[in-house]
Ligand binder design. Structure first.
Ligand SMILES: Cc1ncc(COP(=O)(O)O)c(C=O)c1O
Ligand SMILES: N[C@@H](CCCC[NH3+])C(=O)O
Length: 461
């Protein structure tokens, strides 16, 4: 079970107790299909994804390298579309957004959630239809709102009283009337890391239902002449494994919808229940499947609406991680193997917290293996670390790698498709890795590797 999955408080940068290492796995070469991308296979010992061997990928494109299994990504997008066939599925671009990814999303018939002007710009550059985009953000600037309204995004999710005024002014200036949803917080304590729980009252997102702010926001938006209120939005957090948090939130927000109907005589047609479905980072993780969650949410909303005497709204969801996460791996080359006698072996690779900040930030767990070959050597208790000047620059806290691991070997970390590239940095002036999409034996660079020129491009001093 991932540490991340527990409401463990601020466990970021915490080092696991040394006396409690995990048990070695049965095999160091076996790929758990729950954790690795759908097309991942070992052929003659070497890992291939999308029919392309990792040695060829590393030789041609260098390391670290993000490798996206296009078939896996598209398959998961399709699974959501099928499960939510009577609803709207907005892929949450914050998990991973490139022009190619935006096109996959469009081709698979999903809509797109963007949470900044930058994400909107990437989507538009990819030719993503503006009317299928929803715009999020707890502090959207006037310029961002202007761009969203001017380009005709399908909806804006309002997050603050200031934004109501700002968006009304922007819309009036453009003589437009954008569709808007109000983001409410339901008071649900999601079972996840506190940094990514978003529905309790003491945090920055949305309008609290418990304090009356949400009801106030509804009234103010209704008074705004240039805003077309179409629904409510609730997102409880991210990397969640149990249905109960989603269910309680769905019930509360559907009741609130019924309250709006009763008090104001207004029927809001849309109910967006956000994203947040967890994925398997390790074999112990047990993710929910889209079909189960779709059935449960739909029946809860239906029941509440029947009881409140209002028509069933159109449901929307916003999965990000559950579509992009399992489709991606990161390929690294081992640089040094350092045995700290009696404790563990530190395996340093050519990336680190600049391409995966999640371990340092949330104490996340990952699965990693030697992938350029297989090995029958003894399992060696290891810590996979990067090349940054931080002792917290850890990619995988505790794992077993084969004792014959040596510099030049390739290791892969699974389930890095979401929130790794999108949260990458240039710390220590490391160029950000390239990203390739692999499918049916062919490889396409979808984001090129940064180089020294890129690192110096903005430094005009
Ligand atoms: C409003 C909103 N929608 C969707 C998501 C996507 O979440 P996830 O990637 O966990 O599905 C997030 C991130 O937590 C979010 O804040
Ligand atoms: N970035 C986070 C999740 C935040 C989701 C966006 N609201 C992660 O890596 O898990």
């Amino acid at each position: 079970m991932s540490r991340y999955a527990h409401p463990a408080g601020s466990r970021h940068a915490e080092i696991l107790p040394e006396d409690n290492p995990p048990l070695p796995p049965k095999s160091l070469n076996e790929l758990d299909p729950q954790v690795w991308p759908a097309t991942a296979r070992r052929t003659d010992g070497e890992l291939a994804v999308g029919g392309v061997g990792v040695r060829e990928l590393a030789a041609t494109h260098g390391t670290p390298l993000f490798v996206m299994d296009e078939e896996d990504f598209r398959g998961r997008a399709r699974d959501f579309r099928t499960a939510f066939s009577d609803a709207d599925v907005y892929y949450a671009g914050k998990a991973l957004l490139t022009k190619a990814v935006a096109r996959w999303v469009a081709e698979e018939g999903l809509k797109l959630d963007v949470s900044s002007g930058g994400e909107l710009a990437v989507a538009l550059a990819a030719g993503f239809p503006a009317e299928r985009i929803g715009m999020h953000g707890n502090n959207k600037s006037t310029a961002e709102l202007h761009r969203a309204v001017e380009t005709g995004v399908g909806r804006v999710i309002i997050d603050s009283f200031d934004e109501i005024e700002r968006l009304e002014a922007v819309a009036a200036g453009l003589d437009a009337r954008p569709k808007v949803l109000i983001r409410v917080t339901t008071g649900v304590e999601a079972h996840t890391h506190e940094f990514v729980a978003t529905a309790h009252d003491d945090q920055k997102f949305g309008f609290a239902m418990s304090t009356g702010a949400a009801a106030d926001a509804v009234r103010r938006v209704l008074d705004a002449q240039h805003l077309d209120l179409v629904g409510l939005h609730s997102h409880i957090g991210s990397q969640i494994f149990d249905t109960s948090g989603f269910e309680v939130a769905a019930r509360r927000v559907a009741r609130f919808l019924a309250g709006v109907h009763e008090d104001l005589g207004i029927t809001l047609a849309e109910l967006d229940l956000g994203g947040g479905l967890g994925i398997a980072y390790t074999s112990g993780d047990d993710p929910l499947d889209p079909k189960t969650i779709a059935e449960s949410l739909t029946s809860i909303v239906r029941r509440e609406c029947e009881e409140g005497g209002l028509p069933m709204p159109r449901i929307a969801v916003e999965p990000g991680r559950a579509i992009a996460g399992p489709a991606g791996i990161t390929l690294y080359e081992v640089g040094t193997v350092k045995d700290v006698e009696g404790i563990r072996t530190y395996v340093s690779v050519d990336g680190g917290m600049s391409d995966n900040i999640r371990t340092a930030l949330y104490g996340s767990e990952y699965t990693s293996q030697l992938v350029s070959r297989e090995s029958d050597a003894e399992p060696m208790l290891s810590r996979l670390v990067g090349k940054h000047c931080e002792s917290g620059d850890i990619i995988v806290h505790d794992l077993y790698l084969p004792a014959d691991l040596r510099p030049g070997d390739l290791v892969a970390v699974a389930a890095t498709g979401a929130y790794c590239y999108s949260m990458a940095s240039n710390y220590n002036h490391l160029p950000r890795p390239a990203m390739v999409a692999v499918r049916d034996g062919s490889t396409r660079v979808i984001v090129r590797r940064e180089n020294e020129e890129d690192l110096l491009r903005l430094d005009v001093g």
